[in-house]
Design a protein around this ligand. Structure first.
Ligand code: NAD
Ligand code: UFG
Length: 336
């Protein structure tokens, strides 16, 4: 059985990926410092897959703890999710974001090098593109100056991994996620936003559940079909499966260069108003919302060209927006 390390494996995308890894037959060890997740997720994963992953409560910024950890286990691949992820928080606390996301990654890369480990998957983001000049966005699109410290940590992350690949015999894949949403069909794992959600879907589900009074739609004057901003919303389970394809590509040495980048999205753009309409339709809930001014830092439109992932990873999305929104609602109802 191949042994896979998943950093940040108790988080939103990490937990869904651990489930898919175990279903595919991998053994999984998680390290997570619980800064944005709960230990209960471990039991939930077990109740879905009948297998409990290994777990270590370690902060990847703690070099000594990381070093001792790597003394105990050998790995065939590493999926690196552990990072802080709020765009708006990163503007308030840039230092924390650089320390956690960049230094944490550098510590991990140092251990990978010292122990001759290989096969790294990195959680990147479509924020690295900023407002792309052409849509859909291909992997060849220019990376614009980052709009936030968070976006910059992802650009730097890709760069230092690329450099490690060139100098240390490392093979790595960066997956540039578009907008992950939804939850596992069991509703046992999902997204746990701390405090007031910044992202659209948790705000929608919390409004429908009565936790928030009203959803604010940020801007109705964008040059789009209905004036609201467009994103590419991908079901988290489809996203999780992309990690399995990428990992198998590396393990089976099918990669064409030692650092590759793939967009992971649906290829479809959906406006904020379309999200609201679809949510209302699939859940039979009426959503209380109002239009307010644009949120600063938001781009007008971003959706992926997924041709490369389809051709090279043999991966495509299987789930619909309707399924994703329904699963997010089922998960929300279990939180009450
Ligand atoms: P999340 O916050 O739910 O999960 C991240 C996990 O990492 C959490 O369990 C947290 O406790 C852990 N963690 C954070 N810092 C750590 C540290 N120093 N040491 C150990 N563990 C640490 O986030 P997510 O939505 O699952 O995102 C996973 C990855 O995907 C992140 O790298 C994020 O930047 C990236 N990403 C997320 C999105 C999104 O919209 N959710 C989009 C693009 C990219
Ligand atoms: N929106 C609202 N009201 C809200 C929240 C969001 O109208 O209460 C709008 C936003 O203005 C935007 C769209 O809904 O037009 C999506 O916003 P999100 O905050 O859900 O997502 P973003 O595209 O801004 O960013 C997200 C993550 C980033 C990640 C990026 C790409 O927050 O971490 O997707 O993956 F990098």
């Amino acid at each position: 059985m191949k042994n896979i390390l998943v950093t940040g494996g108790l988080g939103f995308i990490g937990s869904h990926t651990v489930v898919e890894l175990q279903k595919t037959g991998f053994r999984v060890v998680i390290i997570d410092n619980l800064s944005n997740s709960k230990i209960e997720v471990l039991e939930q994963i077990k109740s879905i897959t009948n297998a409990k992953p290994g777990f270590y409560n370690i902060d990847i910024c703690n070099k000594e703890a990381l070093k001792s950890f790597f003394d105990t286990e050998k790995f065939d691949g590493i999926i690196h999710f552990a990072a802080l992820k709020s765009v708006s928080e990163s503007v308030q606390k840039p230092k924390e974001y650089f320390e956690n996301n960049v230094n944490g990654l550098a510590n991990l890369l140092a251990e990978i090098k010292n122990r001759n480990l290989n096969n790294l998957i990195f959680s990147s983001s479509c924020t690295v593109y900023g407002q792309a000049d052409e849509l859909p966005i291909t992997e060849n699109a220019a990376l614009k100056p980052a709009e936030s410290p968070y976006g910059e940590t992802k650009q730097i992350g890709e760069k230092i991994i690329n450099e490690s690949c060139a100098s240390n015999n490392l093979d790595a894949i960066a997956l540039r996620y578009f907008n992950p949403i939804g939850a596992h069909e069991s509703a046992k794992i999902g997204e746990l936003p701390l405090g007031v959600p910044q992202n659209l879907i948790p705000y929608v589900t919390q409004t429908a559940a009565g936790i928030r009074e009203q959803l604010s739609v940020f801007g109705e004057d964008y040059p789009t079909k209905d004036g609201t901003a467009i994103r590419d919303y991908i079901h988290v389970v489809d996203l999780a499966k992309a990690h399995i394809s990428a990992l198998e590509r590396l393990i089976n040495k099918k990669n064409k260069s030692n650092f590759e980048v793939f967009n992971i999205g649906t290829g479809k753009g959906t406006s904020v108003l379309e999200i609201i309409q679809t949510f209302e339709k699939v859940t039979n809930q009426k959503l209380n919302y109002k239009i307010v001014k644009r949120r600063s830092g938001d781009v007008t439109s971003a959706y992926a060209d997924t041709t490369l992932a389809f051709n090279e990873l043999n991966w495509k999305t299987e789930k619909t927006l309707e399924e994703a929104l329904k699963s997010a609602w089922n998960w929300q109802q279990k939180q009450l």
